[in-house]
Write a protein that binds this ligand. Structure first.
Ligand code: SF4
Length: 500
């Protein structure tokens, strides 16, 4: 399928539009959040051209699925068999998926493609929990048996650095290791697999049963989602990060506002985001129920991919007349730093209006907020303040590469200091071994797990009861700027208090 390189302007086939960003929601309004109703997709007829060339206008997501299902055109709602480019699994869901694969395909069956299966232990790694350790052993045995090419193993838990293959959090590792490529289909047994949509690919989470099938067949039956388009324009204020943008969007459309829909992010602000920030944007689409998130690939994408993959890829873009179910417009220059209050990612509030929330700790980590750019952002706030943190501040790099960056990359404007030096001067905990850490609680001995009912500002993506451990813990989701600012005061704090 030919690709067309253009950024979509407003479509004549948009079912309806919404404009946001002029009056951001305030803390006291967060309980009566604005919910946007989404109409069912208009079923306009699409007929493939008899010449064989595709003339039916499609969105980026529809084009990827059409190519992967070897069809000239697709419509939202169609069920199609899709060829999978990458299947990722980890230590939580891998053993179950492997069990289903062996039960259905046979004990001696081989995976459909040993180079397209990526297995990443990352969730429950640095723990004495025997069942968690056993899960990694099961992955190792399977990868050896199947000669899996991409297995990022860890054998020595006492020092992650002596495990050269070990990476860390799967979604960040997938990108860093070059498994995310425009135009492809990437599935994973993890709901935040949608992160990889930042590369202009179709990426979504699947369950163990589907993964067991994909391991044997390399295909999956998928329903084509309709696409919601989010146009983010305007100059990004230097106190905002992508986390604020996605919290704004989820607060606007609610945790069910994009259920089984593609969320396509476009506009001048999105074009100005680096890859890690685009990953943050796509990472949280599942918190709005989204099937996948996607950012049209551009020179930023291609530059990031340089040297990371030797495989060719073919990007696709939404056609000018593609039909979007809804379009949402945001003037980013008018937005303010946000948090999502307990216990839902759409419980949006302005950080500056939550000063009354005293906190016990801050957590900077995860696939959402534990990337290099996230730590650079936190360091920027600590550097600007010159002060020490007032609550325990836990730092969990997503991957081994992020850990290395923290210790080697100089923070701009610091006179040559690294993030690690700035964190130490600010009194933060020493950066921990890379993994999912306490993002989802984990075994009781997990570093920084909330074993007591604490109040935490966290750069992670979910704040449901019990998510980071104790079921009565309270989690305020925030950007790394807001998390660092809150660490410095001991209450939820707008980062402008330090950045200006
Ligand atoms: S860091 Fe958290 S959200 Fe991300 S994959 Fe790990 S547990 Fe899931």
């Amino acid at each position: 399928m030919a690709s067309s390189a253009f950024a979509p302007p407003s479509s004549s086939l948009i079912s309806h539009k919404h404009d946001f960003g002029l009056s951001p929601a305030k803390c006291k309004r967060s309980h009566s959040r604005r919910i946007v109703s989404v109409m069912a997709p208009q079923q306009t007829q699409r007929t493939p051209a008899s010449t064989g060339s595709v003339k039916t206008a499609m969105t980026l997501t529809e084009k990827i699925l059409a190519r992967a299902s070897e069809k000239p055109a697709l419509m939202p709602g169609e069920n199609v068999w899709v060829n999978v480019d990458i299947l990722m699994t980890h230590d939580v869901c891998g053993p179950g998926s492997i069990g289903i694969f062996k039960r259905e395909f046979g004990q001696n069956a081989k995976v459909w493609d040993r180079e397209k299966v990526v297995i990443i232990p990352d969730h429950y790694i640095f723990t004495a929990d025997e069942r968690a350790n056993r899960n990694v052993d099961i992955l190792r045995d399977f990868c050896k048996e199947q000669d899996i090419k991409y297995f990022y193993d860890i054998t020595d838990l006492s020092n992650f650095k002596v495990n050269p293959d070990y990476k860390g959090v799967c979604h960040v590792a997938l990108a860093q290791e070059g498994h995310c490529r425009p135009g492809e289909v990437l599935l994973g047994t993890d709901s935040h697999t949608c992160t990889a949509g930042a590369f202009g690919q179709f990426a979504t989470g699947i369950g163990n049963t589907d993964a067991g099938f994909v391991l044997g067949a390399g295909k999956i039956l998928l329903k084509v989602p309709p696409t919601l388009r989010f146009v983010l324009d305007g100059e990004m204020p230097d106190y905002l990060l992508a986390k604020d943008l996605i919290l704004q969007i989820i607060g606007e459309i609610s945790v069910s506002g994009a259920t089984y829909k593609a969320m396509e992010f476009v506009g001048s602000t999105v074009e100005g985001l680096n890859m890690e920030e685009r990953m943050t944007l796509c990472n949280m689409v599942v918190e709005a129920g989204g099937k996948n998130g996607v950012v049209p690939p551009d020179s930023t994408t291609y530059k990031y991919l340089e040297g990371k993959t030797s495989l060719s890829y073919e990007p696709v873009y939404s056609d000018q007349t593609a039909r979007f179910l809804s379009e949402y417009r945001f003037d980013v220059s008018k937005l303010e730093p946000l948090v999502a209050k307990p216990h839902s990612p759409d419980n949006r509030a302005l950080a500056r209006e939550c000063k009354d929330v005293k906190i016990d700790r801050v957590y900077i980590g995860s696939c959402t907020g534990g990337k290099t750019e996230d730590f650079l952002a936190a360091a920027k706030v600590f550097l600007a303040s010159g002060k020490k943190v007032k609550v325990p501040t836990f730092l969990v790099p997503a991957t081994q590469k992020v850990w290395m960056d923290i210790y080697t990359m100089e923070v701009p404007g610091s006179g040559g200091k690294t993030c690690s030096q700035i964190f130490e001067e600010a009194g933060c905990d020493t950066p921990a071994s890379p993994s999912c850490g306490a993002c989802l609680g984990g075994p009781r001995d997990t570093y920084a797990r909330m074993n007591e009912p604490k109040v935490c500002v966290s750069t992670t993506n979910r704040n449901f009861p019990g998510r980071m451990g104790h079921k009565e813990g309270q989690i305020y989701l925030a950007s790394p700027y807001t998390a660092a600012a809150s660490a410095l005061t001991g209450y939820v704090t707008d980062p402008r208090e330090f950045l200006h």
